[in-house]
Design a protein around this ligand. Structure first.
Ligand SMILES: Nc1nc2c(ncn2[C@@H]2O[C@H](COP(=O)(O)OP(=O)(O)OP(=O)(O)O)[C@@H](O)[C@H]2O)c(=O)[nH]1
Ligand SMILES: [Mg+2]
Length: 437
């Protein structure tokens, strides 16, 4: 039977029937059911139909199968009963566990990483995004290549200088993968050098970067569109955005900033993928300010916020100023948004390291969005403060700077220097501290 897309069109390929296996890990803030619910959405995003789910609490992971032997039997039975074509584990499996499970169960096996990679591969748009996904996929597949070639076929024909006598297809494939990995790393390095130059220039020009961060599907792209009047792809799907998009927007008092949309975070985000998405993550680590977008209506909003917080920690960007945008308040029409956000902020800050600088918004309807640039301006120290100074003639660069960054209301000259009465972003106030007031 063919699958049906949301719009009612049949998809070209028959939809694969999947069984999901949850893994309850000690010490995780996520309940196994919630994590499985998320895996189901990921599986559906990748185009599979979820037939059944099961889970196991793991105290001592089985080195061959991750789950216990009895569970493997149960999974095999479920696969037969539901006529599944594949099993998806909600956890990372190592190459040998994956192979053992595949042999024992007899159908294709994916882990969370493999599934997310599959979605990324479908979604990467830019040249760099595609290179990054290909690299991540090859690095993921390299240790798993064995299972495709269990027969270890001998090479029938030898390419000149490529294959030695008796070399197996497996070895050829591995070597090709390694060569391609090296090529991809070099290409990405070039892209990286380019961007570094661009970024340095941007820094010299002094335009601050504000990054939208948050869990996947929180509404980051919707918010970028609302603030910048753009039409970045918005979808009710996990990982709609893979490639960072940057737009210039004006703050209420006219200063310009760059606003960057980034790839969404997700729990159990594999470290290999974090590394592959260096571009996006560089944007985040370069930012002067983060706007953490939270889908406040999601039943796991708290777990999602905590996950984003810990990923930010892993990226080493804790300690940057953060504005928390509590999004989708239009869906909470029956509740008082002010009240809700205060409660929520209280709950968040009670156990977690998230600042209480919250703003309730609806990126979709625009409710509250107009207040955000003001908040950004304040948090960046961009609010203008009144200054009256006399700058000696040997420090004329301070006069130029005032003209570029502030608003000059009056300017007069006498023997002691240039006297300016005007307004300057509060962050630059200190530069004029030594001048005569
Ligand atoms: N009701 C409601 N829906 C919203 C709001 N903001 C975003 N959405 C919806 O939420 C879904 C996800 O929005 P996106 O903007 O694509 O989310 P994202 O954070 O960019 O997601 P990724 O790119 O996947 O990380 C879409 O279906 C949006 O229409 C909102 O304020 N209210
Ligand atoms: Mg997006």
């Amino acid at each position: 039977m063919n699958g049906i897309t949301k719009d009612g069109f049949p998809t070209a390929l028959p939809q694969e029937r999947a069984l999901l296996v949850g893994i309850e890990l000690d010490g995780s803030i996520w309940k196994v059911e919630d994590s499985l619910g998320e895996l189901q959405r990921l599986a559906e995003t990748a185009g599979a139909e979820v037939m059944a789910t099961t889970y196991q609490k793991i105290d001592n992971p089985n080195s061959s199968f991750l789950v216990g032997k009895g569970k493997v039997q149960e999974i095999a039975t479920l696969v037969r009963n539901h006529n599944c074509d594949m099993v998806i584990f909600d956890s990372e499996l190592n190459a040998s566990q994956q192979r053992n499970l595949e042999e024992a169960i007899g159908v294709k096996l994916l882990d969370r990483t493999g599934l997310i990679l599959d979605i990324f591969a479908q979604r990467a748009q830019t040249h760099e995004g595609r290179l990054q996904v290909e690299l991540a996929q090859l690095e993921y597949r390299l240790p798993r290549l064995t299972r495709l070639w269990t027969h270890l076929s001998r090479q029938a024909v030898g390419g000149v200088g490529l294959r030695g006598p008796g070399e197996t297809q497996l070895e050829v494939d591995r070597r090709r993968a390694r060569t391609r990995i090296m090529q991809l790393k070099e290409e990405l390095q070039q892209v990286h050098i380019h961007r570094e130059l661009y970024r340095r220039r941007r820094k010299e020009e002094g335009v601050p970067v504000v990054s939208l961060v948050g869990y996947t599907n929180a509404g980051k792209s919707t918010l970028l569109n609302a603030l910048a009047g753009t039409d970045v792809l918005v979808e009710d799907k996990l990982f709609a955005t893979l490639d960072p998009t940057t737009r210039q927007i004006k703050l209420p008092q006219g200063q310009e900033i760059l606003l960057t949309d980034t790839v969404g975070f997700i729990q159990r985000l594999p470290t290999t993928l974090v590394a592959a998405f260096r571009a996006t993550l560089e944007e985040v680590s370069e930012a002067s300010l983060l706007v953490h977008v939270i889908d406040i209506t999601h039943p796991n909003a708290q777990e999602q916020a905590a996950t984003v917080d810990s990923v930010l920690g892993e990226l080493g960007v804790k300690g940057k100023p953060v504005i928390v945008a509590l999004n989708k308040i239009d869906l909470m029409a029956d509740r008082e948004p002010e009240e809700t956000s205060r409660d929520f902020a209280g709950r968040l800050t009670a156990g977690l390291d998230i600042p209480s600088n919250c703003i309730p918004i609806s990126a979709a309807t625009g409710l509250g969005v107009a207040l955000l640039p003001g908040k950004i301006q304040e948090a960046l120290g961009y609010s203008l403060v009144e200054v009256e100074v006399t700058i000696p003639y040997d420090q004329s660069e301070l006069v130029d700077f005032f003209h570029r960054r502030g608003v000059v209301d009056s300017e007069t000259y006498d023997e002691s220097g240039t006297s300016i009465h005007g307004r300057i972003p509060s962050r630059y106030r200190a530069r004029y501290a030594n001048s005569k007031h």
